[in-house]
Design a protein. Structure first.
Ligand SMILES: Cc1ncc(COP(=O)(O)O)c(C=O)c1O
Length: 410
C-alpha cells in the first residue's frame, strides 16, 4: 500500500485517490440490501471517472446519466443499452437526438412536453424509444439532505396530473411509456426512512400503472442511500431494507424489472482528497493554513446545500489548542473548508479529506481562477492502476453545431 506521502511525491499535490476495493465492497453492501430481482444504476453525477464506471459496470451496475458526456462514459465503460437510463429535466430535441446517436434508447421524462420531444425524435429518426415517466408523488421523505420531489419541483410530473389525463401518455408508433421513475431526494437518513419512501412510491406506482394501463416493464424506485460526505462519520447501515422492500414489492407484478439509483453510497467512501499545506500565517489573533486545494476542487456545490463542513485529518502534525482556519488558494474569502480546525499544520504537511469519492471534483468550481485540477489516482489492492488529470480548454464554437456536446467538462 503506497502512503499519501509517496503518492504525492510521485504524482504531485493535490490528488484525489480512489480505491477499487472499497468501491466493490460498497456495491456488494448495497446489492445485499436490495431485493434479488433488482438492478443498481450508478449515477455518474456523483463521479464520472471512467475507471470507476468501468469497475461498476463489470460488476453488474447499469448507469443513470444526465448528459451526453456521462452517456458516452457509460457506453465506453461497457454499460449495455438496456442498462443506461437518460434522466434530467430540460432535455432539448437536439440533446435527445444526440443521445440516441450515442446509444441511449431509454429516457426518463419530467413533463408532457418532454415526452412529446422524445416522441418527435423517435419519429424523426425512425427508432423505437422507451420512456419512464418520472413521478413527483404526494409524499416526501422527512430528514433527507436534499429534497427533489414530493414538493413543487422541476423534477417529475405531479402524480395527480398523470392520473387526471391518462390518454396523454398513450403509446405512439415508435415511443411508449414502459415504466415509472421515482427519485425523491438524496441522503435519506436511515433504512426505515428509505423503506417508508419506497413503499409509498410503490403504492403510487401501482395506482398510476392501473390508471394508465401501459405495458409495465420497469419500476425505477430511485434511491437516496445515505453516506457521509467529507468527514469520517459512520452512517447507519441498511439492515432490514431488503425484507421491507420484498414485502412492498409483492404488490408489483413479477415480470417488472426493479431499478435503484445510487451515486454517493457507491463511490463516496471509495475516494479521498490529499492536499498540502502551502503556507501558515497568523492574522489578528487567528491562525490560517493555506492549502493547494480549495472549493475549486471540493465543495463548490454550496448552492445545492452541499457546502461541506469538514473535519480534515492532518498527517504528520499534532493538534493545537488554538482554532485554525483551513482555507484554499483562491482569491476569494469564500474559499474556506473550516474555520474551527483544531490543527497544528506546518507548511508541507499533507491533509486528507475522507469520503470525497462522490460529489468531489466534478461538483466543484474547477474553472474558477483557472487553476489546474488535482490529479486523480485509482488504486486496486493498494497499487496505482490509473493516473490522469482532468483538463478543460477553450475550443472554437462551431456555427450550427451541437453545442450540447461538452467533452470531459463537468
Ligand atoms: C435522479 C437522481 N438519481 C440519482 C441521484 C444520485 O444520488 P446519490 O448520489 O445521493 O445516490 C441523484 C442525485 O441528485 C438524482 O438526482
Amino acid at each position: 500500500m503506497r502512503t499519501h506521502e509517496e503518492l504525492a511525491s510521485t504524482y504531485g499535490s493535490p490528488l484525489y485517490v480512489y480505491e477499487l476495493d472499497t468501491l466493490r465492497a460498497n456495491l456488494a453492501d448495497l446489492t445485499a440490501a436490495l431485493p434479488a430481482r433488482s438492478t443498481v444504476l450508478y449515477s455518474l453525477k456523483a463521479n464520472p471517472h471512467a475507471r470507476l464506471v468501468r469497475e461498476l459496470a463489470t460488476h453488474g451496475c447499469g448507469a443513470e446519466v444526465s448528459s451526453l458526456s456521462e452517456l458516452r462514459t457509460a457506453v465506453d465503460a461497457g454499460v449495455g443499452e438496456r442498462d443506461v437510463l437518460y434522466t434530467g429535466p430540460g432535455k432539448s430535441r437536439a440533446e435527445i437526438t444526440a443521445a440516441v446517436r450515442a446509444g441511449s434508447h431509454w429516457f426518463s421524462v419530467d413533463s408532457a412536453p418532454q415526452l412529446d420531444a422524445v416522441r418527435a425524435v423517435a419519429d424523426d429518426m425512425a427508432v423505437g424509444l422507451r420512456v419512464l415517466l418520472r413521478v413527483n408523488p404526494d409524499h416526501s421523505t422527512p430528514g433527507s439532505a436534499l429534497v427533489m420531489t414530493g414538493v413543487a419541483s422541476p423534477f417529475g410530473l405531479d402524480a395527480d396530473q398523470i392520473l387526471a389525463e391518462p390518454s396523454a401518455f398513450a403509446p405512439t408508433t415508435r415511443c411508449q411509456v414502459v415504466g415509472l421513475h421515482f427519485y425523491l431526494g438524496s441522503g435519506v437518513p436511515d433504512a426505515a426512512a428509505l423503506a417508508a419512501q419506497f413503499a409509498a412510491s410503490i403504492r403510487t406506482a401501482v395506482t398510476i400503472q392501473r390508471r394508465l394501463g401501459f405495458d409495465w416493464e420497469v419500476l425505477d424506485l430511485g434511491g437516496g442511500f445515505p453516506r457521509s460526505f467529507a468527514c469520517s462519520d459512520e452512517r447507519p447501515g441498511l439492515a432490514g431494507l431488503r425484507e421491507a422492500l420484498d414485502d412492498a414489492l409483492a404488490a408489483v407484478p413479477g415480470a417488472v424489472r426493479v431499478l435503484f439509483e445510487s451515486g454517493r453510497y457507491l463511490v463516496g467512501s471509495a475516494g479521498h482528497l490529499v492536499a498540502t499545506v502551502v503556507d501558515v500565517k497568523r492574522s489578528k489573533g487567528r491562525w490560517f493554513a493555506i492549502l493547494d486545494s480549495g472549493i475549486n476542487h471540493l465543495g463548490g456545490m454550496a448552492g445545492l446545500g452541499r457546502l461541506p463542513r469538514m473535519q480534515p485529518e492532518i498527517i504528520g502534525v499534532g493538534e493545537s489548542d488554538e482554532q485554525v482556519s483551513i482555507v484554499g488558494p483562491l482569491c476569494t474569502p469564500l474559499d474556506w473548508w473550516t474555520r474551527s480546525g483544531q490543527l497544528r499544520p506546518q507548511p508541507g504537511a499533507l491533509i486528507v479529506v475522507p469520503n470525497t469519492g462522490a460529489y468531489g471534483l466534478t461538483a466543484s468550481l474547477v474553472a474558477f481562477l483557472g487553476r489546474d485540477c488535482p490529479g486523480e489516482l485509482v488504486l486496486d489492492h493498494g497499487e496505482v492502476v490509473d493516473a490522469s488529470v482532468l483538463s478543460y480548454a477553450r475550443q472554437p464554437l462551431v456555427p450550427e453545431g451541437l453545442s450540447t456536446t461538452v467533452e470531459e467538462t463537468p
